[in-house]
Design a protein around this ligand. Sequence first.
Ligand code: NAD
Length: 251
Amino acid sequence: GRKAFDQRLVVVTGAGSGIGRATARAFAAHGAEVVCADLDLDAARRAAEDIGRLYGTAHARQVDVSDTGAMERFASAVQDDLGTPDIVVNNAGIAVTGPFLDHELTDWERTIGVNLWGVVHGCRLFARQMVERGEGGHIVNIASLAAFVPSRVLPAYSTSKAAVKMLSDCLRAELAGRGIGVSVICPGFVSTPIAGNATYRGGDRALTEQALQRRGYAPERVAAHILRAVHRNTAVVPVNAEGRIGYALSR
Ligand code: NAD
């Protein structure tokens, strides 16, 4: 029978791991053709191969979402090779943990570069394609509960996510009249390799990783929320009802 996302082309950034990989998989399971984009091409390929084996068409692409030129080439290549995507999930993200006083300027540059500029590029390039095509679409940005709750150990990360939340709200208002939905997903702790991939500047690394493992949602649950948000055109989705990420990490 017909599936919810049959005939849909879905781009997911950061699809080589964690929430992005689970999301690409879930869209494919519901009939979509997916583009798994990641900085780590091997990881993107593995994700796409798994999906290909299970559900059908999946593509792997390498891109650094923080790189303006690379994102422009990526967006053009997707459009030329596969067409304008129906759904774009701006998911790629990184974390630096530790107090503000221990953050280097490069920590800010990297965090804002990937988490905010990456989303700006994804929105800008693909929203233009969607507007030009004139058949609507949906953009999903992955922020975090950290966008709402101040933390003593995620200052750059939380700032980047608060900006992603506001960008999403602005874009949602602007694009509503063109049939393009915008959703922002704000998960609490999710069990993914992000804590292991994080840069630690002071703070207790073992405690942070432990907290993430113990408290984490499964990435598949976040993926299910993402699909539902697209289906229902939900504005903001706070995934973890506790809403305590900042406090948990601050103690
Ligand atoms: P993850 O580390 O498992 O996966 C992130 C993926 O993004 C990796 O495959 C990585 O290679 C890729 N990536 C990193 N930098 C990139 C770049 N410059 N260009 C392209 N790809 C890049 O992390 P995750 O937990 O799945 O995180 C996904 C998103 O969810 C992030 O935006 C993160 O901030 C957000 N989030 C995670 C949690 C959590 O607790 N895990 C909570 C809230 C929000």
